[in-house]
Design a protein around this ligand. Sequence first.
Ligand SMILES: C[S@@+](CC[C@H](N)C(=O)[O-])C[C@H]1O[C@@H](n2cnc3c(N)ncnc32)[C@H](O)[C@@H]1O
Length: 485
Amino acid sequence: MTTEKKRRIEFGDFQTPDDLANQLCTYLHQLGLRPDVVIEPTCGVGAFVLAAARAFPEAEEVRGIDINGSYLDRLQERLAAEPVTPKVRLDQADFFSTDWQSITQALEGHLLILGNLPWVTSSTQGAIGGTNLPEKTNFLGFNGFEAMTGKANFDISEWMLLDMFRWLSGRRGDVAMLVKTAVARKVLAHAERQGEPVVNALIVEIDAKKHFGAFVDACLLVIQLDPQATPSYDYTILKSVDDTGGRRVGHRQGLTISDLDAFSACSFLVGQSPQKWRSGVKHDASGVMEFTRVPGGYENGLGEIADLEDQYLFPLLKGSDIGSNKDWRSKFVLVTQRTVGQDTAPIRVIAPKTWAYLEAHATQLDGRGSSIYAKNPRFSIFGIGDYAFRPWRIAICGLYKALRFRLVGPIEGRPVMFDDTVYFLSFDTEEEARNVLNLLQSPQATSLLSSLIFWDEKRPIKTSILNSLDWSRFGDSDQTQMTLL
Ligand SMILES: C[S@@+](CC[C@H](N)C(=O)[O-])C[C@H]1O[C@@H](n2cnc3c(N)ncnc32)[C@H](O)[C@@H]1O
């Protein structure tokens, strides 16, 4: 990697185009933001500094700070030709070692913290040997950034945004930042948990591919804080600055709701799923445990043809098969146990060729990283139990951006297994499975589930969401009758 590339990654460097910064600042002014002082804490070459100085004529001061001195020099040159120059002040500083609270305390009036923070995660910093991270500090009485963000890997913009709540503590002020949409949502959830005095919040989606060449869901996050007012943690997601409607997002009944209106209309279905959604088989060794049937035997992922008994082989549909509704591709998986922790030694007697195959691949199987394998019988797998052997299932892939349930019956007389990206319910009869599928596909169930899904997430469909739909409640409601007619 070139030094320049490493620097760009470490400093999360994606400079905002001037036209986008101008458009967003004009939008913020139209929203009614009237700051006395604007702070751009990682201003780079200054698109937001210039745009804010123009869009907020009432502001007495616009401050730009960046760690990169050459960016500030470039901004200084750009400012030379600008009438707004006298109210702009630039400082070179490292965000993480700046005493922001002292700075903001010395400023009077309404503050707007504006800009576009570095786009980099702590784990990427680890991978490239980057040091552009917060030092282990005592924040909110906890130690270190893991405590602050609740996890080992986080976007450094998330840490920076949480820090800004401290700078604004006890005073009215606004934050308007370009960030990943997932970060914006986490910060808003954190604000609610911490009881920050949020009076209004918006997420305005932006086209990150067009403006930054980045394949990520990004947005302008706007948070308005006022300790004198009653806080409100519902927020609006707008498709663009031209979207005048938007959908309301918030938290209800311990759930994060992506569309409050749709949720309220169908909230009678919220409860506990009558059957727990399960994930498919987990074995962490697809090269060894998964096969395609070929003339002469079963070909594993390593290209070897194995001669195996049928007893422990089950038809397999992968997440991609379920997600894109593909037919079965003659794939099989070796299911060595019927329940978690079951002794595997009997395989040696019941299916000696299968046992010989497992022993021949013991290096890969015994070397599986997770400690759960070390604590269980040799050649163990997970994601099994009585439920995994019922013949009929309703399946959905967690990785696909579509709410598409699929009915799966036995293949060659055997229950079908899935990989662990698939979630499923299982049934003894086709009739039971079809009845539940009808309920899951009803307009109300679809609407409720859709109101809980955030499609920009990596695994948008989660068991926690599926498990919150209690389809047995269809029987309790008049609306049910309408649905099922
Ligand atoms: C995503 S770019 C955005 C720049 C500018 N805010 C804009 O909107 O064009 C991130 C900026 O953060 C700056 N930066 C990264 N780490 C920093 C740190 N620790 N302290 C201050 N600035 C930092 C980089 O130099 C870069 O200019």
